[in-house]
Write a protein that binds this ligand. Structure first.
Ligand SMILES: NC(=O)c1ccc[n+]([C@@H]2O[C@H](COP(=O)([O-])OP(=O)(O)OC[C@H]3O[C@@H](n4cnc5c(N)ncnc54)[C@H](O)[C@@H]3O)[C@@H](O)[C@H]2O)c1
Length: 441
């Protein structure tokens, strides 16, 4: 979808005027393309004394062939191991590294702070200091977002040092273009990580994507297929022709059914009789109305599509033991489910429920070596947002640190990272794909 404002304020003649008027000038974000390296530019790394992640970070940077930044000159990413910070007085290590480093950060750059989950530290002072990292990263994201750069905090559980690679690759690369200000937990899985082909991480795996005929679902299906998966695209029978067009383009197959029909869970389980590696619950609708004007059928129709049918499908697949070892369930929540939104009590309840489902199921799935996570998209440029009135659409687009809307592929890339067999340590996370939207942050 076209973002006319961004084109105007970045046009050669008008860009100086926009700058002198102090208008936001969103930069074109780097996005991943086939054959590209993980990161195009040098990486500057450092850490507080006593940090435990330096060897893991160094091995990952070697594995992706990343150039290291020297004492001067631009850096495409800043990576700081803060696991050694055990007291608030040591937080100054952040200032010592980022003060000279941030001016060197290139456009669409990456700032990544690695810490420990506060509860894992076992002490009041260390818990306090590790929790402080969150405020630092969220503020840094707001300071560097104007140049299309992002900041994240990754909390690595002690013992999970070897599980970091898929997450660091994703965060360093342009695949995480529209994700900023997030806190991601990497834990210790019960199963060991399989060998992985980083170019085709999903090769030999099957992925079910609901709502795959258009919008974000179409992009998820295409992205998982790009990563090697055989995709079963599901959508309502009325969207069958469009669905067939998508699945035939990506070498997948179609499953035309309404997920709310009473037969759907069993029909899906029968169709996936050979087992399933990745399930993406993407199908969803909005049926907006304030609660005082919300008839019961409108409430229930939405809740059935966005939440209850997902629960029933999960139950049917798990009861039939179809989810493979190291399997993945990925849900699509929404920023509305975190921040709430007037006129969306039904939608926000359903999307907050999705987050609850992730929280509730994560421990059990971990026992099977599987994971469940959710993305919470903010303003994504789709047919849905293109149909919004001009005013709310412009506000929705600009109200984030990157001053622009995201693309369906930004959601899809985040799902592909969750779906990777190398992401077994990433379980029970909700990652917002919203450019660090100011609402509910
Ligand atoms: N577009 C955004 O900005 C945005 C923001 C936050 C969250 N989301 C979420 O992302 C997901 C995809 O959104 P989108 O913008 O691509 O929407 P979309 O309307 O373009 O696509 C939704 C798809 O789900 C399918 N679907 C609806 N009901 C179904 C049913 N009963 N059974 C099977 N399939 C069904 C539709 O036919 C459609 O293909 C949704 O869950 C939505 O809530 C979108």
């Amino acid at each position: 979808m076209s973002d006319t404002y961004t084109q105007i304020v970045n046009a050669p003649v008008l860009s100086n005027l926009a700058s002198s008027l102090g208008l936001p000038q969103p930069v074109e974000l780097d996005r991943f393309g086939p054959g590209q390296p993980v990161i195009k530019g040098p990486v500057l790394t450092s850490g507080a004394p006593e940090g435990r992640l330096r060897p893991a970070i160094s091995a990952i940077l070697d594995s992706i062939g990343a150039e290291r930044a020297g004492l001067e000159g631009p850096a495409k990413a800043l990576v700081f191991d803060a696991t050694g910070i055990a007291d608030s007085t040591q937080l100054v290590e952040l200032q010592r590294f980022f003060y000279p480093a941030v001016p060197r950060l290139s456009r669409s750059g990456r700032a990544i702070v690695l810490g420990s989950p506060p509860r894992s530290t076992g002490g009041v002072r260390a818990h306090t200091a590790q929790r402080a990292l969150e405020g630092f990263v969220r503020s840094l994201g707001k300071e560097i977002g104007g140049r299309g750069s992002t900041a994240q905090l990754v909390q690595v559980e002690p013992g999970a040092e070897g599980e970091l690679e898929s997450t660091l690759r994703y965060l360093l690369s342009p695949r995480s273009a529209f994700v900023s200000g997030q806190v991601i937990r990497v834990g210790v899985p019960v199963t060991s990580r399989p060998d992985i082909n980083w170019d085709l991480p999903l090769a030999g795996l099957t992925a079910l994507v609901t709502g795959a005929s258009r919008g974000i679902g179409e992009s998820i299906a295409a992205t998982l297929a790009r990563d090697g998966a055989t995709v079963v695209g599901l959508d309502i029978p009325a969207a069958g022709a469009q669905l067939d067009e998508v699945t035939s383009r990506i070498g997948g197959r179609s499953l035309a059914l309404d997920i709310t029909s009473p037969e759907a869970p069993d029909a899906i389980a029968r169709d996936l009789g050979d087992g399933i590696d990745v399930i993406v619950h993407n199908a969803g609708v909005t049926l907006d109305r304030t609660i005082a004007k919300m008839p019961e059928d409108r409430w229930s129709k939405l809740m059935e599509i966005n939440l209850s049918s997902e629960e029933r499908i999960n139950d049917a697949i798990l009861a039939a033991d179809l989810l493979s070892q190291n399997g993945r369930i990925v849900c699509v929540s929404s920023m509305s489910g975190i921040a709430g939104n007037s006129g969306q009590t039904n939608y926000a309840a359903s999307k907050a429920g999705v987050i609850g489902m992730v929280e509730a199921m994560a421990p059990d799935l971990a026992h099977r070596g599987a994971t469940i996570n959710a993305v919470a998209p903010g303003f994504i440029e789709t047919q849905m947002t293109a149909a919004m009135p001009f005013g709310p659409r412009e506000v929705g687009r600009r109200l984030n640190s990157l001053s622009q809307g995201g693309r369906p592929v930004d959601v899809a890339e985040t799902i592909a990272w969750f779906a990777s067999p190398a992401s077994t340590g990433v379980n029970g996370n909700v990652v917002r794909v919203c450019g660090q939207n100011l609402l509910g942050a």
